[in-house]
Design a protein around this ligand. Sequence first.
Ligand code: ZN
Length: 462
Amino acid sequence: MARVRFLGAAGMVSGSRHLIESGAGRVLVDCGLFQGEKQLRERNWQRFPVPADTIDAVVLTHGHIDHSGWLPRLVREGFKGTIHTSPATADLLGLLLYDSAKCQEEDAVYANRKGYSRHRPALPLYDERDVDRTLRLVRAVPRRTWFEPLAGTRCKFHDAGHMLGSSFVEVEVATAVGVKRIVFSGDVGRYDAPLYNDPASPPACDYLVCESTYGDRDHPPSRPLDELEAATKEAIARGGMMLVASFAIGRCQQLVYLLRTLMAAGRLPELPVWIDSPMAVAAMEVFRKHGDEHDFSEAQGHGVAESLASPWVRMAKTADESKAINGHAGPGIVIASSGMMNGGRILHHLSRRLPDPATTVLVAGFQAIGTRGRSLIDGAKFLRIHGRDVPVRAAVRRVDALSGHADRREIGRWLAGMPAPKRTFLVHGEPPAARGMAEYLKETRGWDVTIPAIGDTVEVDG
Ligand SMILES: [Zn+2]
């Protein structure tokens, strides 16, 4: 017997977990945290559907928490196998998981203070010690190299172009009726995206498990350099600081890369740019180490090392270095997290500079309903920060061109060279997005497409 069980990211975009079972044992592809609405987050507290100590290995596509963030809990439940992932993901994973543990611990403290938890006292889903134990199980495997997480199951990572280290996985499972090949897309990046390589072409396969985040839409044509140039020039004309709220890993480096490109081309003057986030600063080091994974290449004179050494990029690791930015008058750029302004150092800068009409706030990513970022976009006159209503006199501008997921057309392009798999399964999409992608593949390719529900199983040795 050989089969795949869909244990998460089925009818939703978080909690990616796909279990491959064969006569030899179990391999789990991704082990993500459920995120978003409450009934989804509550799934994080359920025991894993099979005993964690019966899973032989994990194969991890990339570091985003909706793919990796449940690993420390799996380890707490008894998983002792190896976690195979790409070298860059292995280096980013510690940054991401320790940050996630910190968030879990803060949530528990908050729940105890508000008294709303069913557990008394509320406990974190996991803590730093669980992350320590998780990281000890990680094994870095280079791309395009076969490895065998379990006897009779071999895997190969290929560049997915979605974030540093991101991969899709080619899996071959030995079954009673021969070797069956399954491709798990992970998250597929975009073509011609700033910073990242284009996704590699997937091989032919018997079964395809594909993401469908934006399966019901095509992104408008994006011109990130032009958009960022225009917003920054406007901010300079206004005379004050431009504050950019950004996730510390990925988006922040894309912004530095784009700014560097604009300044090198003379399209922007050389302004001071502060990276005000210890996690973002640490991630820059990981980017520097994995130069073949992105366009921050030394050859173009835009290298990470040069950017870090150049006088206009300033790193603020410590709280004192962050506070020192307050003394700066005149144009400059601060990039700080969190990306939706729910926490982090961006709040201190907003609190200080929002009342100043010379300030520009640049919104560079998706802003969920209920976040401060969304309120700003929607034209809020005040923003509640640290218990105080801060008046908004700054200009608010957006750059929409930096989405990390392929849209329907780009997934179509990614799959263009692939002969029809026997069956295709669409995961990692809200129901309308998964349905949109399914219709697209049926109409344009005539493929047999299924949208699995959570808990569904498919036999792959038929
Ligand atoms: Zn992702």
